[in-house]
Design a protein around this ligand. Structure first.
Ligand code: HEC
Ligand code: HEC
Length: 265
């Protein structure tokens, strides 16, 4: 719809490009000449999608250093974790009807890109930089959509999204903006109170007596010990213990608890 309306205005928009951008587009077009007549709107979309780095987060293997170009835009196999919010995977953007954007209207795809709104009403996690993309012009959004529609459909359902306490099923990267880090520490603290305070004094300022009675060191005492590191805590919490119940903590839960303990230093 929108894409079609713009198609007639293609030339006008090329003139608005900066010199360098125009050269890039011309080169891209030149590279394809002969193979098939390139649709200038699709080529503009290809160009925009390249400079917006959509590929990194939406292509399998990209974060593992081995982008699977044949399945480009078929969805990431690496989740990005926002502590205490969840783990999100860049979904499949190819036109596959069931696992990609094949069943979405252009308006729905445009809303997801520029306002982070999915057709089911869910707001996309801010890992998807839709706030930055809100400034894209309508013709540019249409060009991006035209490019995505020109991709071969690939069937691939990405995992998730996972909530903060679900263990994700694959490799995860972490983004920790400072304000989120504080939230994560608070969440870790409330887990510690719920699960660990029966034996450990988990308070920021331990009272002493109750901890001694249980012979479990206070979290503060554990935190300030020089031998305590993120790794040593993770090893302790991953293994089974005589003095401690087996919590079978997920990696994410361990990271929240460890973050809290280390914040007591
Ligand atoms: C830094 C990583 C990143 C970049 C860059 C990025 N995305 Fe995303 N995108 C995501 C993640 C993660 C999600 C899923 C978030 C969620 O589920 O809450 C997403 C969701 C989407 C969705 C919704 C799809 C669905 O099934 O819910 C669309 C459409 C989309 N991105 C398009 C784009 C386009 C087009 C670009 C480039 C202009 C782009 N993305 C750049 C990470 C990224
Ligand atoms: C039933 C009592 C009990 C509960 C509940 C418990 N612990 Fe412990 N924990 C102990 C005892 C006793 C020790 C000291 C002996 C040992 O290391 O097994 C200990 C030791 C530790 C240590 C190692 C301290 C050191 O000396 O290096 C860590 C870390 C720890 N606990 C974390 C936790 C966390 C996190 C929780 C909650 C998820 C928890 N514990 C819940 C009893 C408990």
């Amino acid at each position: 719809m929108v894409a079609r309306r713009w198609r007639g205005e293609g030339h006008m928009n090329y003139r608005r490009l900066s010199g360098r951008a125009a050269v890039a587009v011309v080169l891209a077009l030149g590279g394809l000449a002969g193979a098939r007549a390139a649709d200038p709107v699709v080529e503009r979309g290809r160009y925009l999608i390249t400079i917006a780095s959509c590929m990194y987060c939406h292509t399998p293997g990209y974060f593992l250093g081995k982008p699977d170009i044949a399945r480009r835009f078929a969805g990431s196999d690496v989740g990005v974790e926002i502590p205490s919010v969840g783990v999100f995977y860049g979904p499949n953007l190819t036109p596959d009807k069931e696992t990609g954007l094949g069943a979405w209207t252009d308006a729905e795809v445009a809303a997801a890109i520029t306002s982070g709104r999915r057709p089911d009403g869910r707001q996309l996690a801010p890992i998807m930089p839709w706030r930055a993309f809100a400034t894209l012009t309508k013709p540019d959004v249409s060009a991006i959509i035209a490019y995505l529609k020109s991709l071969p459909p690939v069937r691939n359902k990405v995992p998730g999204p996972f909530g903060p306490l679900d263990p994700p099923t694959s490799y995860v990267m972490k983004v920790v903006p400072p304000e989120v880090q504080n939230v994560a520490i608070q969440v870790g603290g409330s887990l510690a109170e719920r699960w660990c305070a029966g034996c450990h004094d988990v308070a920021r300022t331990p009272q002493g007596a109750s901890a001694e009675a249980n012979r479990a060191p206070s979290f503060k005492a554990i935190a300030v010990r020089s031998s305590t590191t993120r790794e040593s805590l993770d090893r302790h919490l991953s293994a089974a213990h005589t003095g401690m119940p087996d919590f079978s903590l997920s990696r994410y839960e361990r990271s929240l608890l460890i973050g809290y303990i280390l914040s007591l230093r």
